[in-house]
Design a binder for this molecule. Structure first.
Ligand code: ING
Length: 308
């Protein structure tokens, strides 16, 4: 089946003292709305279950282990899995994962309409820093609390489409999109929590940040001829603002749905995955046009090296 109504469930701020159960209830309310609108695949943001705690510094990282899930689904999230299965709805959401081996990841999963986790992704590109930096107006300590993901960018065939995931900062790196594009991806979901204020340069306003967010998602979708759902956790969290800007983008890079507010808000679009075929067979027919013999530096070199 090439057509499917896809949804983005934007989540407003989650305060530090909000329980998992309270958040899941908000997620289910959006899932109910989505079902009413005929949505059969729904995307939630990065770290959907908790506040964006990497804005806070903890000397002992173990102090923040309560923000992590040690199993999925668990008692708090089972109602969400149950409601989705009742609706025959696939969905994806992000959470903080603490593995049995004691590893901490910023994770997202794809759940089939049968309620099974069929793909797990762990965030590859961690922005920010790992030590407290007093010169910053706001800390962004993802490198302190998470390991870089070890899954890479994989895809899964679900509900008749080839689906993949990235998380937040990943959307700014064209490599994230292209690795999935080379696997034929037709729908990329990317949840994000993006602070509105730049903690190092005061003059970078929210408009520029939102432009860069949208530019990244539209370029990624267009250059890999895939749909994208980019969905925010946004608004105020304990006095800290994160921008909204949730969008659905079609394989030609056009925004086809956009959130208008900064709270819990559903956006939807009837995707026709047959639309992915044109780009993949013409301008982005990778097999016909790419010249990999000239791309070696992309993998061989991590940082810039100037030899001239
Ligand atoms: N947040 C931000 C993001 O990539 C950031 C970090 C903000 C990077 C603004 C660059 C500019 O959207 C997360 N959580 O990755």
């Amino acid at each position: 089946m090439s057509k499917m109504i896809i949804g983005g469930a934007q989540i407003g701020g989650i305060q530090k003292d909000e329980t998992r159960e309270e958040v899941v209830a908000r997620m289910i309310a959006l899932m109910d709305q989505a079902h009413e609108k005929g949505v059969t695949y729904l995307a939630y943001p990065e770290m959907t279950l908790t506040t964006f705690f990497p804005r806070f510094y903890a000397e002992d990282r173990a102090e923040f282990d309560h923000w992590f899930e040690t199993e999925m689904p668990n008692a708090a999230t089972q109602p969400l899995f149950d409601r989705a299965k009742e609706y025959g709805m696939g969905f994806t959401f992000g959470y903080c994962e603490l593995t049995p081996e004691g590893q901490h990841f910023n994770t997202s999963v794809i759940v089939s309409p049968e309620g099974e986790i069929i793909l797990k992704y762990r965030k590859t590109h961690l922005p920010g820093h790992s030590e407290y930096e007093p010169e910053r107006t706001h800390q962004h300590l993802e490198k302190r609390y998470f390991l870089p993901g070890d899954t890479g960018f994989n895809v899964v065939r679900n509900q008749g489409a080839i689906m993949g995931m990235s998380i937040c900062n990943d959307r700014r790196w064209p490599e994230s999109w292209r690795v999935m594009g080379l696997q034929g991806v037709e729908l990329v979901t990317v949840g994000y929590n993006t602070p509105s204020q730049n903690n190092l340069s005061a003059e970078e306003g929210i408009e520029r940040r939102i432009y860069h967010h949208e530019l990244s998602v539209c370029a990624g979708a267009y250059q890999n001829s895939t749909y994208a759902v980019a969905v925010a956790k946004c608004g105020m969290e304990d006095g800290n603002h994160m921008f909204a800007g949730s969008i659905i983008v079609d394989p030609d890079g056009f925004v086809v749905a956009r959130a208008t507010g900064e709270g819990d808000e559903l956006i939807t679009h009837e995707a026709d995955f047959a639309k992915c075929a044109f780009g993949k067979s013409t301008i982005f027919n990778f097999a016909a046009h790419r010249r990999t013999e000239h791309y070696g530096l992309i993998c061989a070199r991590t940082g810039v090296q100037i030899d001239v």
